[in-house]
Design a protein around this ligand. Structure first.
Ligand code: 15L
Length: 277
């Protein structure tokens, strides 16, 4: 891998003030000194080597200013759960377009795009899927992530941008419930995937699953492993905690069948036998 510790590459992290951004900043800081944090509001606790570039993703000029001179972008910014169409449209569709287009104009070489498991959330839990499957979004949010992956492919094919889409499961210190025993990823492991996206010499356009080494995984993440991903988190180490939390949550007749869980169940008006592939 290329040594980027000299800090000569300007790397921009969008969504830096959000949940995932906040968890991974301390891990990125020693790897990428000079990291530029971008968000609508400045995080309160900037580290000595971090700087801040304010940008609302819906405003092209602000996004252009944030990525000016950047070599690479880690794009976490946007709406991170299901929401009203107007919110998803602005933050995740318009915002994602603004980000890729500003990056192209600025000559950004690499983008790591935070996609989501909700782009494929309607696959049944009993099915193991690879990254080549047709998208099956489970929400307007999931559709926006599928859009982001399509946009990423366009910028890779048409403009030669090196883009890695990570279909992130759930990032946190441990799996929150039984569903997360399959899709959990530790902050350390997601940073490994981001490093692959920022540094691996052999990638052009990739879709990888953002999951730790989970025995109950629904995903074939062999491409990530080929690229050197060696996750250290193991969801099974936290099974007792996840099952205890699940007992408090109780059953969900729709969500429990599908990988996307409650995102599938929300606003669901279909017959479960007709949903999913
Ligand atoms: C996501 O994409 C969300 O950003 C996060 O809040 C979780 O809901 C996660 O998926 C999940 O599926 O657990």
């Amino acid at each position: 891998m290329v040594d980027v510790r000299n800090g000569s590459r300007r790397i921009v992290l969008t969504g830096a003030a959000g949940g995932v951004g906040t968890m991974i900043r301390p891990l990125l800081a020693p790897l990428y000194p000079g990291l530029v944090l971008s968000d609508k509001v400045e995080p309160k606790d900037l580290l000595p080597d971090e700087s801040f570039a304010a940008a609302d993703l819906t405003r092209p000029q602000e996004v252009a200013a944030a990525v000016e001179g950047a070599d690479s972008v880690i794009h976490l910014g946007g709406f991170s759960v299901e929401g009203p169409w107007e919110s998803i449209l602005q933050a995740n569709i318009v915002g994602c377009y603004n980000l890729f287009e500003a990056a192209r104009q600025a000559g950004v070489k690499r983008v790591v795009f935070a996609s989501s498991n909700h782009a494929v959330g309607f696959y049944p839990r009993k099915r193991k899927i690879g990254t080549g499957v047709t998208v099956r979004p489970d929400s307007r949010y999931g559709v926006s992530k599928a859009f982001g992956e399509a946009l990423a492919a366009l910028y890779a094919d048409k403009h030669g941008m090196i883009v890695t889409c990570v279909r992130i499961g759930n990032v946190g210190p441990r799996p929150l419930d039984v569903r997360r025993l399959s899709n959990w990823i530790s902050p350390q492991d997601i940073v490994q995937l981001i490093r692959i996206g920022l540094e691996h010499p052999d990638i052009r356009f990739e879709i990888l699953y953002g999951a730790s080494d989970n025995a109950a995984s629904w995903w074939d993440n062999s491409r990530a492993r080929q690229l050197g991903y060696r996750p250290t988190g193991k969801a099974e180490d936290h099974r007792a905690h996840a099952e205890a939390e699940q007992a408090r949550i109780g059953p969900d007749l729709v969500g429990d069948l599908f990988q996307g869980g409650t995102f599938c169940a929300a606003e669901f008006t279909n017959d479960v036998k007709r949903a999913g592939p």
